[in-house]
Structure formats: structure tokens, C-alpha cells
Design a protein around this ligand. Structure first.
Ligand code: PGA
Length: 257
């Protein structure tokens, strides 16, 4: 895996938009604007994690981005009602899957459950974006230990030969859905802790190369500074990815030289 120079900008649509028609219109408008942008955007400028039901039509439609899922099951084919496996998502057009998002963990998902999901997703050869983040910070730095532990448990079953498809999203829970993101310095500090844990788990070389992205209250005004000063290779964006204009602005600032 070589370190990429193109930032990974992932939008997380969560439970929006309300209909397939709105989702299709969004992608048409976004792609049109990407095509006519004065700032030259890469051939694939964005990733969008959308509700599963929209993956097939949007993945066929989108030419400037990758369409992915927001969750999947940790159990392969079988008798489990209401779940979708990573390979089903891939065959429906998903290029990547977010796992361990704090809004899913909040519903009772443990790091052990996340580790099963990560393992199955990597075995399915799909880009797997593992989200981790602390609930709150403390002066003593205990949160860094908890963060490292969370990462370690979530990756406990990850097959070592399939790690090139793994991306880590550092998402402090106290910033998600709020008005103010972490500072680039706070992000940098957490990213160092995550890379340290990855070096212990796998290797120093891997820890240096793996792509780590930041998420939590990012807007077009704050996006670029995370890439320059926050020690990350991309961003995970919730609310600001749910409007064409705000997402496009972020793509432009992040992909400009
Ligand atoms: P936000 O969400 O950008 O709306 O804070 C981020 C996320 O939940 O991934």
C-alpha cells in the first residue's frame, strides 16, 4: 500500500435523503458540478456512504465518486433476519463500508461485534472504514488509552494479509453532530495514539502508511486545516455532505493544491 496524495473525502448520508428520486437528483447535480468545477478534481473526487437501498442506482449513476454502505453484518450467509453481508453490498455496487460508527455503537454495538464485522468486510475484499473515537477527553489522557484499546479490540480479528483495504476514521464522539470540530492539534494527538497502537498490532511500516481520516463537525471552513495540520489523509463528513453545495465546497477546498 503506498501513501496516497489524493485525500479520501467521505460523505455520510445517515438516514437521508427521504427518497431514491432525491438521492438520484443529488448525484446528478453533484457530478455535473464536479465536471464543470474550475478547480480540477480527481477522476474520483468523493466517497458517499448512503442508505443500502440507494446503493445500486447511485453506484451505477455516479461517475465522480464511490458509493458505499454505512454498516453491515459480521456474520456471513445464513439465517439472520434483517442483515446484509459485505459481499451482498459489494455485489449491489458498494465500493466501501463504514463500520463501528458511534451512532451504531450507541445502539449497543460492542467493539467485539465491530471486530467480527471488520474481519468479514476485509475478507470480502471491500474497502473497510473503521470508525473509532472517544466520548470525552480528560486532562490525564486516559481517553487516549481507551481509544487505543477500542482500536485494538475492533481489529482483533482483522486478517493481516488483507489490511491494505483498511482505513481508520478518527471521530471524537463529542464533536459529531455538534457545532465545533476538534482542533487540528487535538486530532493530531489522537492520530499519533492510533498509529502507535497500529504499530504495536501490526508493524511500524503499516502504521505509517495506513490512511487515517477525521470526522466530526467538519465544514468547508475547517476541512482543509485537518489535512494540512491534523495529520489525516481525509475526512468523514455527516451534515455537510447532505447538501450538494456544502459537499462540493469541501471537495473543492480539499482537492485544491
Ligand atoms: P457531522 O457527522 O459531520 O454531522 O458531525 C460526522 C459523522 O457522523 O460521521
Amino acid at each position: 500500500m503506498s501513501k496516497r496524495t489524493t485525500p479520501i473525502i467521505i460523505g455520510n448520508w445517515k438516514t437521508t435523503p427521504a427518497t431514491k428520486e432525491i438521492a438520484v437528483t443529488f448525484i446528478k447535480q453533484l457530478d455535473k458540478k464536479c465536471g464543470s468545477s474550475k478547480i480540477k478534481l480527481p477522476r474520483k473526487a468523493y466517497y458517499l456512504a448512503v442508505p443500502d437501498i440507494f446503493i445500486p442506482p447511485l453506484s451505477e449513476l455516479s461517475s465522480y465518486g464511490y458509493i458505499g454502505a454505512q454498516n453491515s453484518t459480521g456474520t456471513s450467509l445464513g439465517q439472520i433476519t434483517g442483515e446484509t453481508t459485505p459481499s451482498m453490498l459489494a455485489s449491489g455496487g458498494a465500493s466501501f463500508i463504514l463500520l463501528g460508527h458511534s451512532e451504531v455503537r450507541k445502539q449497543g454495538e460492542t467493539s467485539e461485534a465491530v471486530s467480527l464485522k471488520v474481519a468479514l468486510s476485509l475478507q470480502s475484499k471491500i474497502t473497510t472504514v473503521l470508525c473509532v473515537g472517544e466520548e470525552k477527553r480528560d486532562k490525564e489522557g486516559v481517553y487516549l488509552e481507551l481509544l487505543e484499546k477500542d482500536l485494538t479490540v475492533s481489529l482483533a480479528l482483522a486478517p493481516k494479509h488483507l489490511l491494505s483495504n483498511l482505513v481508520i476514521a478518527y471521530e471524537p464522539i463529542w464533536a459529531i453532530g455538534k457545532d465545533i470540530p476538534a482542533t487540528p492539534a487535538e486530532c493530531f494527538e489522537a492520530v499519533i495514539a492510533l498509529r502507535r497502537a497500529l504499530a504495536t498490532l501490526f508493524s511500524i511500516d503499516y502504521a505509517k502508511k495506513i490512511h487515517i481520516i477525521y470526522g466530526g463537525a467538519v465544514t468547508a471552513d475547517t476541512a482543509k486545516i485537518f489535512l494540512t495540520d491534523g495529520g489525516v489523509d481525509g475526512l468523514l463528513i455527516g451534515r455537510a455532505s447532505q447538501e450538494v453545495s456544502s459537499f462540493l465546497e469541501i471537495l473543492k477546498v480539499c482537492h485544491s493544491a
